[in-house]
Design a protein around this ligand. Structure first.
Ligand SMILES: [Zn+2]
Length: 89
């Protein structure tokens, strides 16, 4: 199981934002500038999706490519767009 929460982080000087699975108790730095990143907010699992299933744990699977959650009835991962293949194969 994964207890990770995705956060939006921003580099103050460049305004560049990235979304990572972050531990809020850890410090993250921008790879280019080396400055500490500000936590802008949590990312809710509301990726655009053709699935009609709600984002409930029992309806989700992990994409084998990017390890992000996707609804089980989707063929293509809403995070990376790659085909996830059949479940339980
Ligand atoms: Zn994916």
């Amino acid at each position: 199981m994964s207890g990770s929460q995705r956060y939006r982080l921003r580099a103050p000087s460049t305004g560049r934002e990235l979304i990572i699975e972050a531990d809020p108790d850890r410090d993250y730095v921008d790879r280019e500038t080396g400055e500490p990143l500000e936590v802008v907010g949590k990312v809710l699992p509301l990726a655009p999706s053709t699935s009609k299933l709600p984002w409930a744990v029992e309806n989700l699977r992990f994409c084998p490519w990017c390890d992000q959650l996707a609804q089980k009835d989707l063929n293509d991962c809403p995070s990376c767009g790659r085909r996830m293949g059949p479940i339980g194969a």
